[in-house]
Design a binder for this molecule. Structure first.
Ligand code: IPM
Ligand code: MG
Length: 355
């Protein structure tokens, strides 16, 4: 039997509740796939700041680097919003991504047929949507220097080097090869120099993947096209901030941001996390939707551990729970047969996944 070491970073708000459910589901599939998980918890975000004075203690990095993969909940909350920037939960997360070197953030957006009415868009526009945002995660304007502010001016720098663009472009083309073989690269090359380089380098890398159709789109148009006709997209390749924005937009195609997982990869150890935040307003009430985190655990099985059968089992279990009409509160108005709590949803999915 194979044992995998998983670092668990529960974080703030609903983080602990949703991670507990993902662990339940992982343990359920483990028993029937001849694998086993050992978990080690680590602190990040506001809870880490409260205990250690640092939103990202060194121990968390050590535990993560010592694991096979990191499963991460969510961080942040109003309580910590007024701290100096480097003490804020979000700074801990950005530093974490950078320290691990996870430069590629994969954010799939799919529409479950069972939830076709949950989206604010018309069913005929979103039926069958299956796209993947491949977002560069440790460069661009989030990290560029110089940055700063004084009394009257604030400044950040959007910068990409050729090497940074090359490696994220390869990720996008490789992923496209396993899907519908289409990459749409997003930029603002009509205005930004950094985007002109981005477009040129992506085009060069694209020549190594003759089977993949490469198109380019300005980010403002992409924001519109995502709502107008989202099925035109297969892989959307973006820089850091454009991907941050477009992936939130894409999540709404599916009806609830509580459904979408993500994987941050490219380094030895990957980070698997829901794309939603810590939702402090609903924390502790048992109403959060654990599905995004459960599907993140499934991405972890697939991308980090190569346990595709276990990953498939989790995905089927989620689909089955939705098909049978189980819904957490966020989706209660959409064809629900039974409204369930966070932990009931976790148990139902775990139960199906174990079969
Ligand atoms: C995300 C989040 C983060 C980001 C924040 C919390 C720093 O919005 O993962 O999309 O901007 O990358
Ligand atoms: Mg975001």
């Amino acid at each position: 039997m194979k044992t995998y070491k998983i670092a668990l970073i529960k974080g703030d708000g609903i983080g602990p509740e949703i991670i507990d459910e993902a662990v339940k589901v992982l343990d359920a599939v483990a028993s029937c796939c001849d694998i086993e998980f050992s978990y080690e918890e680590a602190l990040m975000g506001g809870c880490a700041y409260d205990i250690t004075g640092d939103p990202l203690p060194q121990e968390t990095i050590n535990i993560s680097l010592n694991s096979d993969a990191v499963l991460f909940g969510a961080i942040g909350g109003q309580k910590w919003d007024n701290l100096p920037r480097e003490k804020r939960p979000e700074s801990g997360l950005l530093r974490f991504r950078k320290e691990l070197g996870v430069y590629a953030n994969l954010r799939p957006a799919t529409v479950f047929d069972e939830l076709i009415n949950a989206s604010s868009l018309k069913p005929e526009v979103i039926k069958g949507v299956d796209l993947m945002v491949v977002r560069e995660l440790i460069g661009g304007i989030y990290f560029g220097e110089p940055r700063g502010r004084d009394e009257n001016r604030g400044w950040n720098t959007m910068v990409y080097t050729r090497d940074e663009i090359v490696r994220i472009a390869h990720q996008a083309f490789k992923i496209a090869m396993t899907r519908s073989k289409r990459v749409c690269s997003i930029d603002k090359a009509n205005v930004l120099d950094v985007s002109q380089l981005w477009r040129d380098v992506v085009t060069e890398v694209g020549r190594e993947y003759p089977e993949v159709e490469l198109t380019h789109m300005y980010v403002d148009n992409a924001a519109m096209q995502l709502i107008r006709d989202p099925r035109q997209f297969d892989v959307m390749l973006t820089g850091n901030i454009f991907g941050d924005i477009l992936s939130d937009e894409a999540s709404m195609l599916s009806g609830s941001i509580g459904l979408l997982p993500s994987a941050s990869i490219g380094a030895k150890i990957g980070v698997y996390e829901p794309i939603h935040g810590s939702a402090p307003d609903i924390a502790g009430q048992g109403i959060a939707n654990p599905i995004a985190t459960i599907l993140s655990a499934s991405m972890m099985l697939r991308y980090a551990l190569g346990e595709n059968i276990a990953a498939d089992k989790i995905e089927s279990a989620v689909k089955r729970a939705l098909k049978e009409g189980y819904r957490t509160k966020d989706l209660a108005q959409y064809d629900a047969k039974e409204v369930c709590s966070t932990s009931e949803m976790g148990s139902i999915i775990a139960n199906y996944a174990a079969k």
